[in-house]
Write a protein that binds this ligand. Structure first.
Ligand code: ADP
Length: 494
């Protein structure tokens, strides 16, 4: 294990880190009104990376007023859809140009490996802006053949000012998932990044300036959830909240939003099952289940954190799984060759370690991993076997590199146990029988089902949850519904 940074940061990133980290409101970087700041840390060594201006209630009001003005009176409101699309595409190209810098910033701030950022987070984020730029000019309503002598048609209008609150596990990519569809529909945005990872969104703000978006269309305000986030949810001029984060906070937001009748979409936690049937290609299944939980240190809402494995292939599967886990190179995300980085924070490390201790106390069998490193927020990839469905490690979201495995005797048992969860975000099925796979996919209660793959996403395909995993779908044409109101217009032809 080596947490020492051996790569030299780009000059651009070194310079960026030295700049003052202000709020981005109405197209400008401004200081917080009360001068409050907070630290963001590098979780690989717990050193301070930068001081970040924290948005107070007053600052939220400034940002929301800027977004409201841009929505109602600014050039954004009269731009043609093609012009809006062009701007969004321009931003995609700028991100592409700066992707190495953004990757370094997110790796520093979040702890994840550069390879994952350059192969997944950044291409995915760029893809969101490219994909949604095309939608700006394709938002069509319907012409409806109604009774009587009327012309009736619908318009899909932007909701207005959108408050977007995102988590720390994919800092830049989550910002893209949120901002791109909102812009395509013509909304304006106030985005609050997670307090653990505030940096890359501020870099994005610089690119937003460079792309030439009108003032106030996108505002980026950092701060803690209970202050800054809550002020955004309460603000009467915010028309909609789009949130990704924990189910616990999702419930708070949903309740609070009711007071002002805000539209809400929530992408929340998960405890997603991966089912390996007796006819699976065991090698592919082991690789897929491994990546499904260990990718991004397990800090993925759709992580395949429960595995149900048929008894007839169980031993071979476990042997392969353990060997993959032992090959993990844990260390600084900035050092090439490391395949797993640190967790995002000391708090997250403590949470994951508490669950590991709990799993042992509950009587699950620790197969490998289970330890934290002294330096930084690193936790070994960990596998528990002989896990019972009523154990807390099988029911609750751990949000770390911890897999719980259970042996099953039939497809029906696997299905019932997979569905026996408060969550419903993702599910995986490993089988070579396509009929079985489709039948099972229909019966799994989750927003995504992956057959012989796991965690595949694309800007064109919807993603979201059943049950306690939330509601509303991100990406694809479905995401446009999150940001539009439908108006029915009647014209008498008499
Ligand atoms: P996690 O537990 O994974 O850190 P959270 O759900 O606490 O996830 O945080 C996700 C996002 O929600 C962060 O941007 C955080 O600041 C924000 N947040 C937390 N609490 C609140 C709240 N009460 N109101 C609004 N936003 C909040």
């Amino acid at each position: 294990m080596n947490t020492i940074q051996t790569i030299k940061l780009s000059q651009v990133v070194s310079d960026f880190l030295k700049e003052e980290k202000k709020l981005f409101i109405n197209g400008e970087f401004v200081s917080s009104t009360d001068g409050k700041t907070f630290h963001t840390l590098n979780p690989a060594n717990n050193e301070v990376l930068a001081d970040i201006h924290e948005a107070s209630e007053k600052d939220i009001d400034r940002a929301v007023q800027a977004a409201k003005n841009a929505f109602e009176n600014g050039p954004w409101s009269t731009m043609t859809p093609l012009e809006r699309g062009d701007l969004i595409y321009k931003l995609a190209l700028l991100i592409e140009e700066h992707k190495q810098y953004i990757a370094e910033i997110d790796s520093l701030d979040n702890g994840k490996p550069m390879s994952e950022l350059l192969e997944n987070d950044l291409p995915n984020a760029i893809g969101q802006f490219k994909y949604f730029s095309g939608w700006a000019s394709k938002l069509v309503g319907q012409h409806i053949p109604v009774n009587g002598n009327f012309l009736n048609y619908t318009r899909h209008e932007p909701i207005g000012v959108v408050g977007q609150i995102i988590p720390w596990n994919f800092p830049f990519m989550m910002a893209a998932w949120k901002i791109a569809p909102a812009l395509a529909t013509g909304c304006t945005v106030v985005l609050k990044p997670a307090e653990q990872t505030p940096l890359s969104a501020l870099y994005l703000a610089k690119l937003i300036q460079e792309a030439g978006f009108p003032k106030g269309v996108i505002n980026i305000v950092n701060g803690h959830g209970e202050n800054t986030g809550s002020a955004l949810v309460k603000h009467p001029s915010v028309d909609k909240i789009a949130f990704t984060g924990s189910t616990e906070v999702g419930k708070i937001i949903m309740k609070e939003a009711a007071n002002t009748m805000k539209r809400v979409t929530l992408e929340l936690g998960g405890k997603s099952p991966n089912i390996v049937l007796d006819d699976a290609n065991v090698e592919k299944a082991a690789n897929g289940v491994f990546a499904g939980i260990m990718y991004n240190q397990g800090e993925v809402c759709s992580a395949g954190s429960r595995a149900y494995v048929h008894s007839s292939i169980y031993d071979e599967f476990m042997e392969r799984l353990v060997s993959l886990t032992k090959d993990v190179k844990l260390g600084s995300g900035l050092q090439s060759g490391n395949t797993m980085g640190s967790l995002v924070s000391q708090e997250q490390k403590d949470q994951v370690m508490n669950y590991i201790e709990l799993g042992k106390a509950e009587g699950a069998k620790l197969i490998c991993g289970g330890k934290a490193l002294d330096q930084g927020c690193f936790v070994e990839p960990t596998i528990f076997a002989d896990v019972k469905d009523d154990m807390r490690i099988s029911k609750e979201e751990i949000f770390g590199p911890v897999l719980v495995v259970s042996k099953v005797e039939s497809e029906q048992e696997a299905l019932e146990r997979a569905n026996n969860s408060a969550y419903g975000l993702g599910a995986g099925i490993w089988t070579q029988n396509i009929t079985r796979a489709h039948n099972m996919a229909n019966r799994l209660k989750s927003g995504s089902v992956w057959i012989n793959c796991y965690n595949a996403t694309d800007p064109a395909s919807p993603f979201g949850g059943y049950k306690n995993s939330g509601f509303g779908r991100e990406m694809g044409s479905y995401a446009l519904e999150n940001y539009t109101e439908v108006k029915s217009i009647w014209v008498s032809l008499d």
